[in-house]
Design a protein around this ligand. Structure first.
Ligand SMILES: [Zn+2]
Ligand SMILES: [Zn+2]
Length: 194
């Protein structure tokens, strides 16, 4: 993520929507100071804030990350081409579209290779009301846990960050034709069809 480009895009879009920094902050549940920092390129929104930011600003997550204004490409917003990155130094989770580059902690990150989920990782899927409830048969130890789960569809991505010691479960709104990607800190990125 290029902090300066992303920050400039957030600022430009916020002004277009006639929102103050505090108003945007309030909608995201962060401080006005945080928004001000992003806009000056001095930090970037946590990955957990991206879906809300994307919705509030009406900018797709991949564009937010690339810091580019929306462009009309026939394949624009094809989330199935999204690639995932994890910074080995800080554990930051990033996504980028096909040709996007991600730099974190002073180095360029390589996109994660994805494989089909094996038995030790594939979650059980249960329907609860309008949601899917996914439970991973997996430890949540500091050096071996599920770091994130991301539900991908052609036009959207929902990424949920998980932490050691919490239950290895996520609840997602049902969306047809999606794929679930998830990352094990020891065994890497895997996916299943939903
Ligand atoms: Zn990092
Ligand atoms: Zn594992």
């Amino acid at each position: 993520m290029d902090h300066e480009k992303t920050g400039a895009l957030i600022a430009a879009r916020r002004r277009e929507l006639k929102l103050t920094q505090d108003q945007l902050a309030e909608r995201l549940g962060v401080t006005g100071k945080a928004v001000s920092k992003w806009e000056r390129g001095q930090g970037c929104p946590d990955v957990s804030l991206l879906p809300g930011l994307s919705e509030t600003l009406g900018i797709q997550i991949e564009q937010l990350l690339a810091g580019a204004a929306p462009v009309n490409r026939p394949d624009g917003g094809n989330m199935k081409r999204l690639r995932f990155f994890v910074c080995p130094q800080c554990g930051g989770v990033f996504t980028a579209s096909k040709n996007g580059e991600i730099t974190c902690c002073g180095r360029k990150l390589e996109p994660l290779a994805v494989k089909e989920a094996d038995e030790a990782h594939a979650p059980s899927v249960e329907e609860i009301e309008d949601d899917w409830y996914l439970a991973f048969p997996h430890p949540m130890e500091k050096d071996h846990h599920i770091l994130f789960a991301a539900h991908l569809r052609f036009d959207r991505v929902m990424l949920i960050r998980l932490y050691p010691e919490q239950d290895p479960c996520v609840r997602l709104p049902k969306m047809p034709k999606g794929e679930l990607y998830f990352y094990c800190t020891r065994d890497g990125l895997m996916k299943i069809k939903l």
